[in-house]
Write a protein that binds this ligand. Structure first.
Ligand code: FAD
Length: 462
């Protein structure tokens, strides 16, 4: 038996970041992880492998669509799927090994195996019981399917199966037009699959600023992705090599069936807390299976904290990381803080889509007077040069005070551009503050400044 100040259960972005911060704050920390490698969903079967496939397939798209126009001639590359999978695995390996290195550097023990909490202050891993003053649950989440749909990870897959298909399917049906479905749908569409997305709602990307969502859907449609919206999937039946998806259109109750080689069920994720023993300890859980915590990540059982996908809030790696750092502060007897009003969201398609803060719909609902500063990437010299003029930056600012309340970007590097607006919001900046900041030319960032200018006297290149 070993004794620690903190034992973290789960080594995803919430857990590993938490453990590193604990060590930096002088606490003796260990992490329990049952997977073969560190890094959780994000590094092994989530953010990182999906971005590797998005990058590779985007390169192919560029070669097929834009190279010739730039004077780069020659045969377009063909897809070696096995090699692309190797590239993906190598990317994962570099990242998971990086966490192992950071654990060694920070003297964090990796307790290998699946952990449970027999009582507060104790964590059981295999036959060993370890002691900890604070236990932090960072056990993450798992895909949630629709009732009656069986995932076989061959023909009917969730996101994990979709990252490792044996071959690029001819026809893929994606159930659910959220971030994961659209990112993976984009990958296969670019690699040559016919992709049909079936969504229950009448629009894609629930929760996104409506104008941005519409432009995003139009852009994906132009790229060849087919959308069936307002459709409730009734059943999915599969043989060893084919599947049939039956859905009912909500507007007139008409039923239709489509064939597919692969069906990707991307209908959301749910917290994963199996086997931890939380029920026996009396840890309070919500109806949705999330561990309930107070503003300092403490559950109702003293000495047990929880963070990341296992608690409420957006299921995002960076949200988990920030909570990990905050919970470490709490374990060290300090105060932890996460500003939930400034958590960016990014979709890594091409173009990328990003957002932070309020949508126009939020502000209308709250009855808040606001102004919109919008700038199209068509007016941005760099974007035009790079065939990336589709999309815009939209900044929402308070009508009276000019304080930035939210931003929505669809366009090149939107996932990076959003951060200058995040920083501005953290500092309570006005749109004018951003507009008066000199931006280098020629950069995509100039479009952000132009949108800020558009909140005031007007953009220059509009
Ligand atoms: P996880 O990363 O899920 O890690 C939890 C870990 O705990 C797992 O490794 C699990 O094995 C371990 N564990 C659980 N129970 C036990 C136990 N009892 N004992 C030992 N170990 C245990 N988010 C983004 O921000 N950006 C993206 O681009 C993005 N892309 C994604 C793409 C896909 C395909 C998917 C599926 C997710 C994506 N996400 C993305 C979401 C992101 O992966 C999660 O929000 C993030 O991983 C949550 O981190 P976490 O630390 O809470 O949990």
């Amino acid at each position: 038996m070993s004794s620690y100040d903190v034992i973290v259960i789960g080594s995803g972005p919430g857990g590993y970041v938490c453990a590193i911060r604990c060590a930096q704050l002088g606490l003796k920390a260990a992490v329990v992880e049952g997977r073969e490698t560190l890094g959780g969903t994000c590094l092994n079967i989530g953010c990182i492998p999906s971005k590797a496939l998005l990058h590779a397939s985007h390169m192919l798209h560029e070669a097929e669509h834009n190279f010739a126009a730039m004077g780069l001639k020659g045969k377009s590359p063909s897809v070696d799927w096995a090699q692309m999978q190797e590239y993906k695995k190598d990317t994962i390996g570099q990242n998971t090994k990086g966490i192992e290195f950071l654990f060694k550097k920070n003297k964090i023990d990796w307790l290998k195996g699946w952990g449970s909490i027999p009582e507060a202050g104790k964590v059981k891993v295999g036959d060993e019981v370890h002691e900890a003053k604070t236990i932090i649950v960072a056990s993450g989440s798992e895909p949630s399917s629709l009732p009656g749909i069986e995932i076989d990870q061959k023909v009917v897959v969730d996101s994990e199966g979709a990252l490792s298909l044996p071959k690029v399917p001819k026809k893929m049906v994606v159930i659910g037009a959220g971030v994961i479905g659209l990112e993976l749908g984009s990958v296969y569409s670019r690699l040559g699959s016919e992709v049909q997305v079936i969504e229950f709602l009448d629009h894609i990307t629930p929760g996104m600023d409506a104008e941005t969502s519409k432009v995003f859907q139009r852009t994906l449609k132009k790229q060849g992705i087919d959308f069936t919206l307002g459709a409730a999937v009734q059943s999915v039946s599969a043989t060893k090599t084919k599947a049939k998806v039956t859905y009912k259109l909500r507007k007139d109750d008409s039923e239709a069936t489509v064939d597919a080689d692969v069906v990707l069920v991307a209908t959301g994720r749910k917290p994963y807390t199996d086997g931890l023993g939380l029920e026996a300890l009396g840890v309070k859980m919500s109806d949705r299976g999330q561990i309930e915590v107070d503003g300092q990540y403490r559950t109702n059982v003293p000495g047990i904290l929880a963070i990341g996908d296992a608690i409420a809030g957006p299921m995002l790696a960076h949200k988990a990381e920030d909570e990990g750092m905050a919970a470490a502060e709490v374990a060290a007897g300090k105060h932890g803080h996460v500003n939930y009003g400034v958590i960016p969201g990014v979709i890594y398609t091409h173009p990328e889509v990003s957002n932070v803060g309020a949508t126009e719909e939020d502000l209308k609902e709250a009855g808040r007077a606001y102004k919109v500063g919008k700038f199209s990437f068509m007016g941005n010299g760099r974007a035009k040069a790079n065939f990336a003029g589709d999309g815009f930056v939209k900044i929402l600012a308070d009508a009276e005070t000019d304080r930035i309340l939210g931003a929505h970007i669809i366009g090149p590097m939107a996932g990076d551009l959003i951060h200058e607006i995040c920083v501005a919001m953290e500092f309570g900046a006005s749109a004018q503050d951003l507009a008066m900041t000199c931006h280098a030319h020629p950069t995509y960032s100039e479009a952000v400044r132009e949108a800020a200018l558009a909140c005031g006297d007007g953009a220059i290149h509009a």
